[in-house]
Design a protein around this ligand. Structure first.
Ligand SMILES: Nc1ncnc2c1ncn2[C@@H]1O[C@H](COP(=O)(O)OP(=O)(O)O)[C@@H](O)[C@H]1O
Ligand SMILES: [Mg+2]
Length: 258
């Protein structure tokens, strides 16, 4: 079972898009996929057609409820949705930090430290899924730290703007700390996201980024990507003329996710 987290402490960079496309792509290739929505905005959950009143993710992490009580089926009609299970989010997840403080004794008993809670929970599911895909909120909080500790790799969608690149440095510092302390094998890939290559300044920023980090092939800023989300159809279902489909095919190949 490979655990992949999509992260960036900045919002609106295409994290949820990335999770949706990745989970559907892997499921379409026949893999069993568990999607975990760790963002209280629950955008990924609703893209999979699932809306719930109150998520039980905090209770699951602490060990009060088992996975069967939090996992639901994806609500899509197409065949590949049978391969997708989802742990949905809701607004209530915004209270996670507070709930973890209140449950300090349970946390210690179950995982030792709170950052290991998700990893502990996922260890029990190793035989059930081929991939776990985790969406995270746009901040360096408990959800993101837990996800980094539990993952094999992290995908970081990044826009070619100054603010995004500054935020990236903060994320990379956190990544290094997690690698040194809890998860030495954690790998990362930086994915240029929503790229408008005709803009000179973006091209220049990407060039600078590439001089410090290894970056993948880009995903462009395209109308058909927005269409994919609004129609709840992954980009591979769009016609062969779709530019987004081409970008994603190249991306999955470069990341060896087939
Ligand atoms: N490659 C793309 N081209 C065009 N629009 C995109 C692309 N990727 C994401 N979007 C749109 O940009 C917005 C932010 O993307 P989202 O995945 O929700 O970001 P995040 O999860 O990082 O906040 C959404 O409306 C989404 O549909
Ligand atoms: Mg999001």
């Amino acid at each position: 079972m490979e655990v992949i987290t999509v992260a960036n402490n900045k919002g609106g960079v295409g994290k949820t898009m990335q999770c949706y496309q990745l989970a559907c792509h892997l499921a379409n290739k026949g893999h069993k996929v568990l999607v975990i929505d760790l963002d209280s905005q629950a955008n990924l959950s609703s893209t999979f057609g699932v809306q719930i009143q109150r998520t039980l993710i905090p209770e699951w992490l602490i060990g009060d409820v088992e996975a069967e009580e939090v996992v639901v089926a994806s609500a899509g009609d197409e065949e590949f949705h049978h391969n997708i299970s989802l742990i949905p989010s809701s607004r209530h997840l915004a209270n996670l930090a507070k709930l973890l403080i209140l449950s300090e004794n349970e946390v210690r008993r179950n995982a030792g430290r709170k950052e290991r809670l998700l990893r502990k929970r996922l260890e029990k599911l190793t035989d059930h899924y081929d991939y776990v895909v985790i969406d995270t909120p746009p901040m360096l909080g408990d959800e993101l730290i837990m996800a980094l500790v539990a993952s094999n790799r992290i995908l970081i969608p990044t826009q070619a703007q100054d603010y995004s690149i500054d935020g990236l440095e903060e994320l990379m510092d956190t990544f290094e700390i997690i690698r040194e302390t809890e998860n030495p094998k954690l790998e990362f890939s930086i994915i240029p996201s929503m790229v408008n290559a005709r803009r000179k300044i973006e091209k220049q920023r990407m060039g600078e980024l590439a001089s410090s980090f290894h970056i993948t092939t880009p995903v462009r800023n395209l109308v058909d990507m927005q269409e994919s989300i609004s129609t709840k159809k992954p980009i591979f279902m769009l016609g062969s003329k779709s530019q987004g489909k081409k970008d994603y095919e190249a991306l999955w190949a470069s990341l060896n996710l087939q």
